[in-house]
Design a protein around this ligand. Structure first.
Ligand SMILES: [Zn+2]
Length: 275
């Protein structure tokens, strides 16, 4: 168990976490205006190609990852999600409908993630122990949502953005594997991948990872399936949302390739829950 293990800061070399939020191109928040949830089934999926590209890249580096999956995908494409688990990657839960927590009640959240966890476990035949809220929308003060995550049976959450820190308990046994954030103004913003990874220069990003690792902190890196394979309709019209969603998408694959050459990565499950 995690708390019987030495923390990363006590280890000689830091093992970073590779996590991939698994969403099809039409399931991103900023596309909700153009493509409402009830029309997802009408869209042309790119999931197979997205996962092919992700798996090839990980295989090249002999690296296992945590795929936090939108469980709607497990219902529509069960063989693709099962293939991830069969290849030795961890399957985590990224809800069923991919809604940020400020848009759903605690009761709706419980129904959503109960259904999502069961679907993912039925499809993979494996226990799903990890959860990530869409858009890092879980905050430390959202105790009623945290209680639901624990009650539904997850062992860890990886949704709360904060300063670099070791894992810590947020429930009776529920552990937080925090997202490494940078303080900007009053709050912390996820500096561990995604938009930040695309907007910074790559040399700046690598310096950031080196400084984290030097202090004994792993990078809890995250990307999205739609950042690794980018041949899909760019439907978002709002200019700022377009910029945030699509800027430098074409750089992500090669940057990750170089990142994995320089730094060791593995799944959260392997790093924190296996001795
Ligand atoms: Zn997401």
């Amino acid at each position: 168990m995690l708390f019987d293990m030495p923390t990363q800061s006590m280890q000689a070399s830091v093992q970073n976490y590779m996590t991939i939020d698994t969403e099809d191109w039409f399931q991103v928040f900023y596309a909700n205006d153009e493509i409402p949830l009830d029309s997802w089934s009408d869209q042309e999926s790119r999931l197979s190609k997205m996962l092919d590209r992700s798996l090839k890249l990980l295989d090249q580096h002999n690296t296992k990852a945590t795929f936090f999956c939108v469980a709607w995908l497990a219902e529509k494409h069960p063989a693709l999600i099962k293939a991830l688990a069969d290849a030795g990657h961890e399957i985590g839960c990224h809800t069923y409908w991919h809604l940020p927590l400020n848009q759903i009640s605690v009761e709706q959240f419980k129904d959503d993630i109960t259904k999502a966890k069961k679907l993912l476990e039925d499809v993979t035949g494996q226990e799903v122990i990890g959860f990530r809220a869409p858009g890092y929308s879980l905050k430390r003060q959202d105790q009623s949502y945290i209680d639901v995550i624990e009650d539904v049976g997850f062992k860890y959450d990886s949704s709360i953005v904060g300063p670099p820190s070791a894992p810590y308990k947020i429930g009776k046994t529920l552990v937080e594997i925090p997202a490494t954030g940078l303080k900007l103004g009053a709050g912390y913003y996820p500096a561990n991948g995604g938009t930040f990874f695309r907007f910074l220069t790559f040399s700046m990003y690598k310096s950031y990872v080196r400084s984290l690792n030097r202090k004994g902190h792993p990078l809890n890196f995250y990307t999205h399936t739609w950042e690794l394979y980018t041949d899909y309709p760019q439907v978002i019209r709002h200019p700022i949302k377009r910029l945030i969603q699509y800027h430098n998408l074409n750089k992500v694959h090669d940057r990750m390739d170089q990142l994995m050459q320089e730094f060791p990565f593995t799944s959260i499950q392997k790093a924190c829950f296996q001795s």
